[in-house]
Design a protein around this ligand. Sequence first.
Ligand code: NAP
Ligand code: GCO
Length: 266
Amino acid sequence: MVSFDLTGKTALVTGAAYGIGFAIAKALADAGAKIAFNCRSEKNKDAALTAYAAVGIDAHGYLADVSDEEQVGSLMARIEAELGGVDILVNNAGVIKRVPMLEMPAADFRQVVDIDLTGPFICAKAVIPGMIRRGGGKIINICSMTSELGRETVSAYAAAKGGLKMLTRNIAAEYGKYNIQCNGIGPGYITTPQTAPLREPLPDGTRHPFDEFIRARTPAQRWGEPEDLAGPAVFLASSASDFVNGHILYVDGGLLSYIGRQPEEK
Ligand code: NAP
Ligand code: GCO
């Protein structure tokens, strides 16, 4: 019988203090998994623990920057000691800098790639040996529309998320023989703090032009909510997806299939 049950599994969702990571962690907890998350500030960690407790989840929060190999090593050791080895890794932590490419210092480009691409590499590298020892595991990389599409001002982010798509396929190729499935989720435009500046109403109360643009570009004619990613995450974390490997599941209200709403005829 097909099962989405995650009872007995330990899941680490990186950067799950709020936003998409929080919604995914909640969904995995609702399916039975024990939840570990990390973020970079004590304040965010404490606020997140309160938010998890408010929805009845006994989450374990840690401080660690995903781009720092030493910090990730200590994080994994603590999770292993306190919760057992990581069965499900969701590489969710990410940042964006919206700057025209010609104005972007190389150091800023490197920082985005370090967090959004090297971070998932570091975290996956840290959990794969334990997954091999235990006979399998699930890795879910949070990709993006920009894993497929470019747009002005997000060169570093798009380069990292395009790379993350290929890291996903490469982990699947290299470790599939150990019963490890590595897949991606490619969210469309989702209402989180990361996209808040693109949705801020104008002083006259009308919609931000980017907000209008996304609604016109999305067949569902709305932004996604973090909860829209819950079902896909549980599917990719559970035995229901044991023969799905190296796949990117786009959860975008149809955006990638659509040329965009046509202008009204005059
Ligand atoms: P968000 O609201 O900005 O949340 C990002 C989370 O990542 C925060 O909890 C942040 O916590 C953590 N984080 C950032 N850098 C970190 C680092 N170096 N180490 C550890 N944690 C770090 O973003 P979101 O919109 O929920 O996005 C989550 C993921 O989905 C990202 O990878 C993003 O690129 C991707 N995504 C978002 C959208 C969207 O429309 N929102 C669409 C597609 C993909 P701290 O700052 O406390 O560390
Ligand atoms: C942007 C957005 C995007 C989204 C997301 C789309 O400025 O274009 O922030 O990058 O966050 O990744 O899937």
